[in-house]
Design a protein around this ligand. Sequence first.
Ligand code: NAP
Length: 354
Amino acid sequence: MTEIDPTKPVLVTGATGYVASWIVRYLLEDGHTVRGTVRNPDKSSGLEHLHALAAEHEGRLTLHAADLLDDGSFAEAMDGCELVIHTASPFLLGKVRDPMAQLVTPALEGTRNVLGSVDATESVKRVVLTSSVVAIHGDNVDMVGRGPFTEDDWNTTSSVDHQPYPYSKTVAEKAAWEICAAQDRWDMVTIHPGLVLGPALTTASKSGSMTTMRTFVNGSLAGGAPDLRFGLVDVRDVARAHVLAGFTATAHGRYITNASSMSMLKMGRILRKRFGHSYPFPVAKVPKSVFKLVAPAAGYSREFVEKNVGYKLEFDNSRSIDELGLTYRKPSDTIADQFQQMIDDGLVHKPIGR
Ligand code: NAP
């Protein structure tokens, strides 16, 4: 049982992020005081939504400079906080030039850095860490011959060369549990979202969530989509899960936060039903053999295609519902809300005649 004093400031790392921005917003709306860390609090773009939230909730949101690779840089902002929500970590999909430097090192060393400061900060009682379903499983082929993945499962198949982003999340979470187990002053709860979609509070995020949705408008799926399934969840529900995990005294361990699993083709069907036929949403299924040929040009290895296309994927989200009281939005609304927002933000050009 860990009771967090709701009047104490809450630290959110990577506050600019797609997911973290919603966490910050919900914490403020719930009446909490928030310290958000950002790499550069003086940058001229990408912080507008946080400045607006700070103005709306006067005196309750401050931004602090901290970098995952700068040891000890989170300590000052953490001082006096009982709850630390650690979301900062790069989420890059497709072709990554240097996976070790761009993904694994910031995820792993960043987690060690943040938790090192947690260890040294007497006020901290709980850490909520943003992990992922990709720390639960590696490739969709891992699903063959078994039931839905649960919190007892770990990704054992990813490496820095094959599925580097899942690998970065797995090693970072493992390190976090080791650091947590070495002491008994603070506890940790980890949140495991599937692919997070839904409206963004910022257009500046480079999250894989944005790049995934962009493939539905930039024509790259116009010729069809492979039978590739992934877990999917609304960004607003993921943010709420972090807040619930922080303030539910009995919360413990890992929580899968995934609404359902879906294929790119099904997403295309949902978008077509809501927004019509004028956008380049995928209609046809690209055969696995054909996708395998063209995949490297799209940033996917042939090994990835072999081990992920054409397999079902299921997760058991019952812990998040039963223990955190989380409710999930309908995935069709999540997808449509994000697409509508992309239109409103001018990121999608309306087809002629609409
Ligand atoms: P995002 O918008 O790209 O946010 C990533 C955040 O990490 C940004 O605030 C970024 O700060 C920060 N960051 C990256 N490198 C950093 C560094 N060296 N030092 C300090 N901060 C750094 O991505 P997101 O989708 O919101 O992801 C947030 C978290 O959710 C990540 O842990 C990700 O693995 C996890 N997650 C995401 C999904 C998903 O589908 N989106 C699914 C499961 C888990 P800057 O603004 O300074 O770049």
